[in-house]
Design a protein around this ligand. Structure first.
Ligand code: NAD
Length: 479
């Protein structure tokens, strides 16, 4: 089944409705991170293909078939795309698992439904975006004044490798609902599901040129897209370092910019929490998708009285997760996406030990094939350590004790990031106080990572600019 899906899936870029190779003929190898085998090759495009895709997107933006499509018909089209994805859920989940390494069961449970839902959610908005009338008067006269919501134009969308389909869909569905056209550059490590998604969009009736996908490296395709003077907005999800470059590239024509960047999110456990739930809850908050989640709760702050108990419970939970090939039915955690990422994470583990943190479990490569890293728990850490301050983007949690609520807040907010946080307590007053004072775009109470297209997502501080999905995310594609 995997071989067949891999053999038949698109391995070309999509420009103006045509499937094309890189003009140079060059390709980038695609690797299975569980077996380290080369399983496919995608075009290594460059600035010329970006230019062609932007021209196609501009033409489509100005064409009557897209710009004058009735809002209700645009909504129906997005709903058709949602249904197409649903009809191909198994295939897409498998493709996502092959390409990223993640467990196919979780791709089915999470990646595919959230991809479907954002198209369905945004389909309803197409016919409900409107401006306002304004009470303008001057010098004794009244004027008829109003605002309109117009699409921003051609959107350049750049996505990371951890949730290629779902994060791509957030951008595509919102942009299309607003009436924009899109040039998508997926991560070079995981482009296959984005190409299949684009193919399904065409099959659902999306006019040619409305969605283009250009594969290639970030410093070639991504940079050309963010620099392009005929792109009106760039929406980027990825690391903070590259996000800062995107902001600079965008200055030339003052593109609109949305940035969803890195995180170092805290889990905060008070001594009145339901400790039965905290162990598995805080463990999943960091280890899910092998820690390759922007809002992974990689710092765990625990009130002194229950500190030992929580360290033990999280370490015990970490040891129960089955690592393996994402296609095996009992796999919970797949490999990291690449050798580079595996080495990076293991370097962080070594730095934790070198800086005096207590390694409770993990810290090593798992097996001798594939880019696996054991779920790793460090206790007795402190804010001077690299593992506490820097985003690792792997299965590594740093645990710290705290005394009172103010101490927890100080530790939690001591970060350049501010993407998310979670709080474990039975005290509703404490929960609301924490939610208000935590510098984080999302705060979950007694749970973690509840993501829905209806709720805005994005970060404080260096976790980004702007919000995605929800009405707020949609309006960011309008003027
Ligand atoms: P990355 O920044 O290396 O790459 C992201 C994308 O940008 C890729 O498509 C890449 O090819 C492209 N890129 C790289 N260099 C570029 C350049 N100079 N110009 C233009 N584009 C360039 O990130 P990654 O390693 O793919 O993903 C991990 C990072 O993404 C982590 O920091 C993680 O926190 C973040 N992330 C954030 C969110 C969020 O919603 N906040 C979600 C997922 C991942």
């Amino acid at each position: 089944m995997s071989d067949l899906i891999l053999k038949n899936c698109r391995k070309q870029s999509l420009i103006g409705g045509q499937w094309v190779n890189a003009y140079s003929g060059e390709t980038i190898d695609v690797e299975d991170p569980a077996s380290e085998e080369i399983i496919a090759a995608i075009p290594r495009c460059g600035a010329d293909e970006v230019d062609a895709a932007v021209r196609a997107a501009r033409l489509a933006f100005e064409s009557a078939s897209w710009s004058r499509m009735r809002p209700i018909d645009r909504g129906r089209l997005l709903e058709s795309i949602a249904r197409k994805i649903e009809d191909h859920a198994d295939e897409l989940a498998l493709l996502e698992s092959i390409d990223t390494g993640k467990a196919v069961a979780f791709a089915k449970m999470l990646d595919i439904p959230s991809t479907v839902e954002v198209f369905r959610y945004m389909s309803g908005w197409c016919s409900k975006m409107h401006g306002e009338t304004l009470p303008v008067s001057f010098d004794g006269r009244e004027y008829h004044a109003y605002t309109r919501r117009d699409p921003v134009g051609v959107v350049g969308a750049i996505t990371p490798w951890n949730y290629p389909l779902a994060l791509g869909a957030w951008k595509i569905a919102s942009a299309l609902a607003a009436g924009c056209t899109v040039v998508l550059k997926p991560a070079e490590l995981t482009s296959l599901s984005s190409l299949r998604l684009a193919e399904l969009c065409l099959e659902a009736g999306l006019p040619e040129g409305v969605l283009n996908v250009v594969t290639g490296y970030g410093h070639e395709v991504g940079k050309a897209l963010a620099l392009h003077n005929d792109v009106n907005k760039v929406t980027f999800t990825g690391s903070t370092a590259v996000g800062k470059q995107i902001a600079e590239y965008s200055l030339g024509n003052m593109k609109r910019v949305t940035l969803e960047l890195g995180g170092k999110s805290p889990s905060i456990v008070f001594d009145d929490a339901d400790l039965e739930r905290v162990g598995p809850g805080a463990a999943l908050a960091i280890f899910f998708n092998s820690g390759q989640i922007c809002f992974a709760a990689s710092r765990l702050l625990v009130q002194e009285k229950v500190y030992d108990q929580v360290v033990e419970a999280v370490a015990a939970a970490a040891q129960t997760f089955k690592l393996g090939n994402g296609r095996d039915a009992d796999t919970m955690l797949g490999p990291l996406v690449s050798r580079k990422q595996q080495e990076r994470v293991l370097d962080y583990c070594a730095s934790g030990v070198a800086q005096g943190a207590e390694l409770v479990t993990g810290g090593k490569r798992h097996g001798d094939k594939g880019y696996f890293v054991e779920p790793t728990v460090f206790a007795n850490t402190n804010p001077s350590m690299k593992i506490v301050q820097e985003e690792i983007f792997g299965p590594v949690v740093s645990i710290m004790p705290f005394k009172e609520m103010d101490d927890a807040l100080k530790l939690a907010n001591d970060s350049i990031y501010g993407l998310a946080a979670n709080v474990w307590t039975r005290d509703i007053n404490k929960a609301h106080k924490m939610a208000a004072r935590l510098e984080a775009g999302s705060v979950w109470i007694n749970c973690h990572g509840i993501i829905d297209a209806a709720a805005p997502f994005g970060g404080f501080k260096q976790s980004g600019w702007g919000r995605e999905v929800s009405a707020e995310g949609l309006y960011a594609y309008t003027e």
